[in-house]
Design a protein around this ligand. Structure first.
Ligand code: AMP
Length: 196
């Protein structure tokens, strides 16, 4: 296969210690109650480890579960929400900090700037959009922050299969499959946060 100019881009600056994690997840709870339990376990784990949670700031669905669990466990929680979604998605009133921005693009950019790692839990189109954008930035060597996937019941399997398919079809280097790491549960997140 012919090489692509992207393959010789210089590496991104290595990621630093993880002091805050950006969590992408659904504004709905999904059909499997295990998703909500997992989102709450993630919020608790971050708080117990003294790691800040950065997220979209919504009080609905898995976003609400994760944010409230972190707050209940004494964690630091920063929400970033576009003005037009503030009422519609119900901004979580208990967040330590709520930043209101003008657009989804600003939200995504600021959330990413304020976090040292990214964790995607199950979600819908918004979650997928956010995850794919972060991976595409990684592919352009704009960052080297860890990107973790976590979901009960093989939720992310079709997504991983799609990445493989893109590689097999010659549209990306096999590197893209190394940009994500699957964590089976919140204990694995705690272990990943303990790594130097
Ligand atoms: P969803 O996974 O669709 O429930 O959405 C999760 C979060 O992503 C919600 O806060 C949505 O407002 C947000 N979202 C939806 N579409 C986008 C998008 N195109 N870019 C960034 N965030 C989005």
């Amino acid at each position: 296969m012919r090489t692509h100019p992207l393959d010789s881009l210089p590496a991104a600056i290595p990621a630093g210690p993880v002091r805050s994690v950006l969590v992408f997840c659904g504004s709905r709870s999904g059909s499997d109650p295990r998703h909500a339990q997992l989102a709450a376990a993630v919020g608790r784990t971050l708080a117990e480890r003294g790691v800040g949670l950065v997220y979209g700031g919504g009080a609905l669905g898995l976003m609400g579960e994760c944010g409230r669990a972190a707050l209940a466990a004494g964690g630091r929680v920063e929400g970033i929400i576009p003005r037009f979604l503030k009422d519609w998605e119900v901004a979580e009133p208990l967040c330590n900090e709520m930043i209101v921005v003008d657009s989804l693009h600003s939200r995504k950019h600021l959330m990413f700037e304020h976090a040292d790692a990214v964790l995607a839990l199950p979600g819908g189109l918004g979650t997928l959009d956010e995850l794919v954008e972060v991976l595409s930035w990684r592919n352009l060597r704009l960052h080297a922050k860890p990107v973790w996937l976590m979901g009960d019941g093989d939720f992310w399997q079709p997504f991983l299969a799609l990445l493989d398919h893109v590689v097999q079809s010659g549209f990306a280097s096999a590197d893209i499959t190394t940009y994500v790491e699957c964590l089976p549960d919140a204990d694995a997140l705690a272990a990943a946060l303990s790594l130097p």
